[in-house]
Structure formats: structure tokens, C-alpha cells
Design a protein around this ligand. Structure first.
Ligand code: ADP
Ligand code: MG
Length: 591
């Protein structure tokens, strides 16, 4: 039998599109507050929004009739006809959000217009069929409380992720609006704790730094462009400040969007200046005529379609290039030139640290990998020189002669002689292999080996990263981290995985590496067997990137030792060759 669905069923189905998780409710309610012209918006959350989400604004408010009507599907004050769709500057226009939210939660709205003496309280439970209305004394504006989200759809509730994961999504929705609307006072409170409490900022940059962390402050370069087609303002990070977990925001007419396409344009602008595995931060604000952008897609999606996409692409690339070229930090690089200097870029821009043996304090602690190398034979059998390992080398088809000396060349390779010729080892790759096996072992054995730092450094994080990091201390412990909360959103780093140095910069790098991974996986709470390899591989890759420009001779020796103690010393976890022997024949060919 064919029939029209009852409105409560239709609403439930439609609600699925708009309200997928607590963060979607936050997004819709905060956007409504902005649309209502609020200057102050507070978001108060309990249990990552599963129990309660409350949004309070001082915007225009609603009359009694409007308040009731606002919960009707397709009730909107923002457009009246099809032409209006062409000129939308508000977030909302579908008139679906409140109806959808009310279909899946207990909702109470209190609202008052400026010209009205009293306000109205509307209570609605699981859809607009069940609505009650009272007069109340309240300040001008609107306060909406959404409790027990998905109370009537248990399957949906079960489908929600961990509290900290849901909470991070809320932070990210909140951040998008807060960054775009820096001239508003915004506040986010979770379980009674202020996550953000920000007064109207003085400028865009101030708000970005407040949300994303002080560390960005000095790192942003202005970009700005104006044309008939569109205008673009914002900031990009310097190439040498590229990070594993960078902040990336596109906005059009104040609305956040994602665009892999424009991201390509940005990367193109950086040419080859961004090392593999790192990414630039950017905050780009486009303004276009509303009829040249289509935001009228799925309500929960963040893609938009621009009419002049390909021109915009070219301009973005050019703009990034220009912004980078103008500064004084890449003076030697000529962007018009196809060939960049022969040196791998990564070395130029990465990880400043004690760069030569001479820089190291004489009493600097011995490198980490000496102490815990798994030695397949007991100490009595071997001398301290590499020559003493000949048995081991032989067992691997590489036999060493007595009294071999070790030299380093190009800051990249260790060279030593073996019976069959010259053994050349790629230092960075060797480190990657060594730490990979070590981390894997730590994760398998549940016996963390952390590299205790001499002077614990405190690392300040954004609330987002703080929550990500604090989610599971045990997993971090297994990786070799020793981290404790320190201040509101800072951590004290007492220990880092072996392979990362113990200076402050290394601690930050180690934290960045684990954060980048956590951002991928969401959580490390249970490291399943097959995930361990991935975690170990990524962290080893990051540790290898921290390779000092020059090793002490003792470090070089113990690196060789540690490498040959590995299960697979020949190749990196990602399959790259670590060593090569130049045989007599090879050399004869040359000379
Ligand atoms: P949309 O935002 O797409 O119009 P919503 O369902 O989000 O649809 O809201 C419906 C209507 O309710 C809005 O068009 C607006 O008129 C009114 N409204 C919602 N939230 C607020 C608020 N915080 N302050 C004032 N009016 C609001
Ligand atoms: Mg809306």
C-alpha cells in the first residue's frame, strides 16, 4: 500500500542527514547564533554532548510564533524564494536543523526579542507533534538546550565514538566558527571546564593563535589578493615550519570548507620546500559573490563548488609563491628555476639541533641505542671494536676484517671495510630500521623503554591536541613516552621514545609525531597486533628524521652494532635498501 509517511517518521529519516553526532548539533546551533547576529556565544557541553549541549546567544531572538515555527521542517527566515538561494550569506537556509534536532533529542528553547518584555520557553520532545510553550523572564537572545541526543534511536547512540573522539569533533566545529568570526566573544565549556573563553579578538590572527596555539604566532605569513572574481586574505606557514599535524582551514564567505583541489594549489606554491610527511598550515578566507559558489549540497558535508575554480587554483599557487618569495628565509632559492639545489630539501628546513660533534657537550650522554641493543651473544666474546662482530657479520654474509675503521661521509653514510669490499650504510635508514624493531618490541612486550630527559620540557598544546594526547596514557607509555599533564593544556615531557633526542625541540618533535599518528588513527587505546607495525613504522620514520648531521664515532659504531642486531638489517620497514657493499670488482670497473 502506498502512503505518505507520518511526519515524525519523515523527520527521523531527515534527521539522520543533518544530525550525525553531537558535533553536528553544536555546528547547527552555533551557526544559528551567528546568523541571528549574536556578539557573544557560549557552548556548554556535558559528556561530549551525549548528555547535554547548550548554546546561548545574545542575538535577535524570536517571537512566540517564530519560536514554535522554527521547529517545523523547512521553516526558515533566511530565504523566501528561489532567487534568494543565489545570494545566501547566512550559514542556514534549509530550515531543517531545528526540526531534525528536535526529532532525536529533548529540546528546550528559551528566546526573547529585544523589543519584547518577556521571553518564551518552548519544550519539544522527539518531534514537533509534542510541543509545549510558556512565558519566561530571560535576557534578550536565545538559549537552546539539547539533552539525551538519540534517546529514541538507540542504534545511533551506540554508533557514537569514544567520548574524547566525539569531543574533538565538537572542538573542531567550534574552532571553525570561532576562527572565522574573530569579532565575536566565544566560549566552550566541557564538563564544567573552560576549554576556550575568548573575548572579541582585535584581529583575525589573534583569534587563530588563541584557537590553534601560541606556537603559530610568529610563523604565519600574510597573504592577500583582490580581484573582480574573488578576494582572498589569510595566512600560510613558512616552509620550515611545516608540521606533521598542521592546521588547515579554508573558508568561503565565512563558511569552512574542504578542498583537496585548492590544497594541491597551495602545495604547488610551496614547490618542493615541504619535506615528505609534513604539511604546511594555512588559514585562507575567500570572499566571492554568493552566486558564484554553490554551498547547496548535503547539509553535513563541507565541500563547495566554485564557478571559477581553475582560475582560483592558479591564483592561489601564485600567491603562495609570492608570499614565500617575499620573505628573507629562502633568499637562495630561485622559484623560476626548475632545479632546486642538489641538497635534499629536508635537510635544509628540518629540525635544527646540535648539528656536529663539536656542538655536543663533551659529557653528552651516550646515544640511546647502545644500552638496549639486543646482543645475540654475550659480552665476554667480543671486543669493543666493530671488528669484534665479525662472526655476526659473517652470519649475515658480510664479513669484516680486523681493525676496521669507520668513517662518515656527506653526513649521510657510514663507510667501513669488510672482507668483500667497502660496506656503505645509509645512516638515516639504519636508524629507521633499528627504531622500528625496537618500538615493535616495546609494543609487543609491554615493556616500555623511555629515554628520560634531563630537564623535562613543557609543551603547550591546543585543547584539541591535548585531548588527543591525554586520551590514553598507557599506549603512550608503551611507545616510550613519559608525559604528565602540566597546566591547563600543557604537558610536561619527562621521557620520549628512544631515537628522539632529549632537548626541548626533540620532545616537541616526538609529540608532533605521535599526534600526527593519533590524528590518523583517532585513538591508540587498544593497539591491535596489526596496528603495532604501523605505529612502530611511523614513529621510527619520525625518529629517523631526527638523525643528527654528524654522529660521534662511538655513536657510529653502536649504530652499526645495533643494525646488525636487527632481524632484517638490509632494508627499512618500507622496503628501502639500507646498505650496499662495493666489491673489488665494482671498484676495478671504476679505476
Ligand atoms: P535555518 O538556519 O536553515 O534557517 P534552522 O532549523 O537552523 O534553519 O532554524 C530555523 C529558523 O529558526 C531560522 O531560520 C531562524 O529564523 C530561527 N532561529 C534558529 N536559531 C535561532 C537563534 N539562535 N536566534 C534567532 N533565531 C533563530
Ligand atoms: Mg540553521
Amino acid at each position: 500500500m502506498l502512503k505518505v509517511l507520518p511526519s515524525n517518521v519523515a523527520n527521523l529519516i531527515a534527521a539522520g542527514e543533518v544530525v550525525q553526532r553531537p558535533a553536528s548539533v553544536v555546528k547547527e546551533l552555533v551557526e544559528n547564533a551567528v546568523d541571528a547576529g549574536a556578539t557573544t556565544i557560549s557552548v556548554i557541553i556535558e559528556n561530549a554532548g551525549k548528555t547535554s549541549i547548550e548554546v546561548i546567544d545574545d542575538g535577535c531572538g524570536m517571537t512566540r510564533e517564530e519560536a514554535i515555527l522554527s521547529f517545523q521542517r523547512h521553516a526558515t527566515s533566511k530565504i523566501a524564494n528561489a532567487e534568494d538561494l543565489e545570494s545566501i550569506m547566512t550559514y542556514g537556509f534549509r530550515g531543517e536543523a531545528l526540526a531534525s534536532i528536535a526529532a532525536v533529542a529533548h529540546v528546550t528553547m528559551r528566546t526573547r526579542k529585544a523589543d519584547s518584555q518577556t521571553g518564551v520557553q518552548v519544550h519539544i520532545d522527539g518531534g514537533s507533534d509534542n510541543i509545549s510553550c510558556d512565558e519566561v523572564a530571560i535576557p534578550v537572545g536565545t538559549r537552546i538546550s539539547v539533552r539525551d541526543l538519540f534517546f529514541n534511536i538507540p542504534a545511533r547512540r551506540k554508533f557514537l565514538k569514544s567520548e574524547s573522539s566525539e569531543f574533538r569533533q565538537i572542538i573542531s566545529e567550534f574552532s571553525r566558527v570561532a576562527i572565522s568570526h574573530w569579532d565575536l566573544s566565544v566560549r566552550l565549556v566541557h564538563n564544567g571546564k573552560d576549554i576556550y573563553n575568548l573575548r572579541k579578538a582585535n584581529n583575525q590572527k589573534q583569534r587563530i593563535v588563541e584557537i590553534e596555539g601560541k606556537s603559530l604566532d610568529k610563523k604565519l605569513i600574510d597573504v592577500s589578493f583582490e580581484s573582480e572574481l574573488f578576494s582572498l586574505k589569510g595566512f600560510i606557514s613558512r616552509p620550515e615550519d611545516a608540521k606533521k599535524n598542521s592546521s588547515q582551514y579554508f573558508f568561503v564567505n565565512g563558511r569552512f570548507f574542504r578542498s583537496p583541489f585548492f590544497y594541491k594549489a597551495i602545495l604547488k606554491g610551496y614547490d618542493n620546500l615541504i619535506p615528505d610527511g609534513l604539511a604546511p598550515s594555512f588559514f585562507l578566507f575567500f570572499n566571492v559573490a554568493p552566486n558564484t559558489v554553490d554551498v547547496n549540497i548535503h547539509p553535513a558535508k563541507t565541500e563547495v563548488k566554485f564557478e571559477n575554480e581553475s582560475q582560483m587554483f592558479e591564483i592561489i599557487t601564485a600567491l603562495v609563491r609570492e608570499a614565500l618569495g617575499k620573505g628573507t628565509f629562502v633568499p637562495s632559492i630561485d622559484f623560476e628555476h626548475d632545479t632546486l639545489p642538489d641538497v635534499p630539501i629536508a635537510q635544509n628546513f628540518r629540525f635544527p639541533r646540535a648539528s656536529s660533534a663539536g656542538d655536543l657537550h663533551p659529557s653528552a650522554p651516550a646515544p640511546a641505542y647502545t644500552a638496549t641493543v639486543v646482543r645475540p651473544f654475550n659480552k665476554g666474546e667480543i671486543s669493543s671494536s666493530v671488528g669484534g662482530y665479525s662472526e655476526l657479520f659473517e652470519s649475515r654474509g658480510v664479513s669484516m676484517t680486523e681493525n676496521d675503521s669507520i668513517i662518515q661521509i656527506f653526513g649521510k653514510y657510514i663507510v667501513t671495510t669488510v672482507k668483500s669490499g667497502l660496506l656503505i650504510i645509509n645512516i638515516k635508514r639504519a636508524r629507521e630500521r633499528i627504531f622500528y624493531e625496537k618500538y615493535l618490541k616495546n609494543l609487543d612486550d609491554s615493556t616500555p623503554i623511555s629515554h628520560q630527559v634531563l630537564f623535562p620540557s613543557s609543551v603547550e598544546l591546543s585543547p584539541m591536541h591535548y585531548s588527543l594526547l591525554m586520551e590514553n596514557p598507557q599506549a603512550l607509555g608503551l611507545m616510550g613516552f613519559d608525559i604528565v599533564p602540566f597546566g591547563p593544556f600543557s604537558v610536561a615531557v619527562n621521557g620520549v621514545p628512544e631515537g628522539f633526542g632529549t632537548d626541548e625541540n626533540s620532545a616537541k618533535e616526538a609529540i608532533d609525531a605521535i599526534l600526527a599518528m593519533l590524528e590518523d588513527t583517532g585513538s591508540l587505546s587498544i593497539i591491535k597486533a596489526d596496528e603495532r607495525q604501523r605505529v612502530a613504522r611511523k614513529m621510527a620514520y619520525a625518529a629517523a628524521a631526527m638523525t643528527p648531521k654528524r654522529l660521534l664515532i662511538a655513536e657510529a659504531r653502536s649504530l652499526v652494532d645495533a643494525l646488525f642486531a636487527c632481524v632484517e638489517p638490509q632494508i627499512t620497514p618500507s622496503g628501502k635498501k639500507i646498505m650496499e657493499i662495493l666489491t673489488e670488482e665494482d671498484i676495478d670497473k671504476k679505476i
